[in-house]
Write a protein that binds this ligand. Structure first.
Ligand SMILES: [Mn+2]
Length: 334
């Protein structure tokens, strides 16, 4: 029997935010901090680090005065960690276009300066303790349009190959085959992700962990889309979310999913009398739900406004549905 070891807790897309909705007396934000606190406590109990896949914050450009009043608390929670919080920046953590040549300012960078437990990976490596040895965790932040990602992955794979266990790759991006909660499916083609990307990372790394899209799922052999730990958007309704344990057994590195036990969820009501708590997110049932498959044409992932506009015209999408899709795609405050 080989020895089963826990290496880390893995989570992503926490999206701390001063929400406009469902946030009376900051209850929604305070729940999010409660989650972070529990996670830190669990990591300490298990004596492992936390690996974070990006989007710790929600509002990339502006933090409200009210949100900033919680910043000392966020720093305090993370400072309580015994092992590090190893993180990459997601698109929501960065105010500007982020490229390898010209990095954007990032909240993760800020936190790494405010709290010594926070370690930011910027195309760099952190050696995760694994029994008596270590396994290299290679992290690359979100790069706009995945520009330079492919070459960087290959370069880092060579630089940080580790023995006996191959390194782990941590990214914040969309990969072919990704699905989101609700009915959103990504096609087979993603901007600047070559056809053999998945096959290459799958055989070069012992495990690939992906933040960005919020549905926890497997994207193929040892490629894991981490997902968000709790519901954030109406399209998350009915989704069972949670976080992951990073495990080692012999030469195998894998994750196990741990559903979240206590979190507000979206619930539909038709009549206000059905609302029976002030914890969950109650939304009025509407007939304007949209299904988006292969947005911009079959097997194409869209990131340009032009392609989205063309999709609206080609598919005769009305204004109401357009605004729903825009809200969905922008991942904005709802
Ligand atoms: Mn996100």
């Amino acid at each position: 029997m080989t020895d089963k070891k826990l290496i880390a807790i893995v989570t992503s897309d926490i999206h701390l935010h001063d929400w406009k909705q469902f946030n009376i007396n900051n209850r929604r934000l305070e729940f999010q901090l409660e989650f972070l606190k529990d996670l830190v406590e669990e990591a300490n109990d298990l004596s492992v680090p936390i690996v974070f896949g990006g989007d710790l914050f929600h509002s990339a450009k502006h933090l409200t005065n009210n949100f900033l009043s919680y910043l000392p608390e966020i720093v305090k929670i993370l400072s309580r960690l015994e092992k590090p919080f190893v993180a990459i920046s997601g698109n929501h953590d960065m105010s500007h276009v982020n490229t390898l040549e010209k990095p954007s300012p990032s909240y993760i960078t800020l936190l790494s300066k405010l709290c010594k437990k926070v370690i930011e990976l910027k195309s760099s490596v952190y050696p995760l303790p694994c029994g008596d040895a270590h396994i290299n965790l290679v992290g690359i932040p979100y790069l706009d349009s995945n520009l330079g990602l492919w070459d960087k992955v290959k370069e880092l794979a060579k630089t940080f190959s580790s023995k006996p266990l191959k390194p782990i790759l941590l990214l914040h991006t969309t990969l072919p085959g990704a699905e989101d909660n609700g009915d959103f499916k990504v096609g087979d083609l993603v901007e600047n992700i070559p056809e053999d990307f998945k096959e290459y990372v799958s055989k070069t790394f012992s495990l690939v962990l992906i933040g960005h899209v919020h549905k926890p799922m497997s994207l193929g052999d040892n490629i894991i889309q981490i997902g968000s730990p709790y519901q954030l958007r109406v399209s998350d309704i009915d989704a069972q979310l949670g976080y992951q344990y990073l495990m080692n057994e012999g030469s195998r590195i894998y994750t196990t999913f741990s559903p979240i036990k206590y979190a507000p969820i979206f619930k539909y009501y038709s009549d206000e009398s059905e609302i029976n708590d002030d914890f969950n997110f109650w939304v009025k049932r509407t007939s304007n739900r949209v299904t988006i498959t292969g947005l911009g044409g079959n097997n194409t992932v869209v990131s340009s406004k032009e392609a989205i506009a063309k999709y609206y015209i080609d598919n005769d999408i009305n204004k109401v549905k357009q605004s729903l899709i825009n809200r969905y795609l922008n991942d904005i405050d709802d």
